[in-house]
Design a protein around this ligand. Sequence first.
Ligand code: EPU
Length: 335
Amino acid sequence: MKIQQNVNLKNYNTFGVSVLAKQFVEVQTPKELKKILAHHKNIFILNGGSNMLLTKDIEKLVVKLNITGKQVVKETNEHVFVKVNTSENWHNFVLWCVDKNYGGIENLSLIPGNVGASPIQNIGAYGVEVKDVITTVNCLDIEKLTKKVFKTDACNFGYRNSIFKKEEKGKYIITSVVFKLTKQNHTIHSDYGAIKTQLEAKKIKKPSIKDISDIVIAIRSEKLPNPKELGNSGSFFKNPIVSKTVFTKIQKDNKELPFYEIDSDNYKIPAGWLIEQCEFKGKKNGDAGVHEKQALVLVNYGNATGVEILNLADKIKKEVTTKFGITLETEVNIF
Ligand code: EPU
């Protein structure tokens, strides 16, 4: 473990933003991680770099996690429990499960990032959230340097939220996650509009988890930019949840308003729709832009700085507030 000086993080964050890590070290095992933490308290943890916008050089010691590996820890007739280390690539893990016919995360195909990030913001797509299949999150307590285990109920999972983003932010490093997956009698989630349409088009009546994964990959590839080709961090904002009064007021003037009803007084409105109505879709401000097919995704066309992307995000927030009276909340972590 060698501490390097002035490392450019462009290739370590999916936005592809250039900032310097004044000090940088890579760790391969929890033991190495502990060793570093024993000597350095002022640290910045970097895993897959998929849900962050870096706006300035990092003065703290950047600890790049490269802790890989996975193993089946328990098996019954119905279920398999897989313990996956924090730096395993999420999508590769999904493909491994689909290949082994382990069900539960096929709807979460092609989400960028590493496994350790999945509980932090409770990744979700096409009717499934990762909380549905997580049994345990194993962490290292940064202060005490002891192991801390969180069972699902202790994680306070919510929409793109968990205690790791809120109450316990910065206190723990996730080292591995245990998933409970089905070996048979899979629960297939095919209600999401775009999945349904594709199943009908392909005349698939009883989809397998492989069918669902393939379809999700096709839908995402069509709409969402590949961070390897165009820097981005997925949805930049959360979809806002508004009261019935606010919802009804907007719907009155916009009959085509898409929405998800959460309960009788709460409606989730797609932020992508709000942003598109403010005419930002496909707009560019230097190298910072709004994706042309999904307005919820901000992109780096090459050499945008984090500040330029943040300025664009602020401009969008202001316009959405002016036009709809709704305050958008960022989903991506800003540093
Ligand atoms: N829409 C527009 N204009 C746009 C984008 C969307 O009008 O530019 C409309 C669509 O027409 C559709 C609705 O908004 O009626 C919903 O769009 P979409 O199905 O693309 O989903 P989303 O609500 O925008 C959420 C997640 C995505 C996830 C999809 C599918 C959040 C913040 N985002 O997006 O997650 O893949 O649903 O489940 O909840 C991510 O978190 O990085 C992410 C990509």
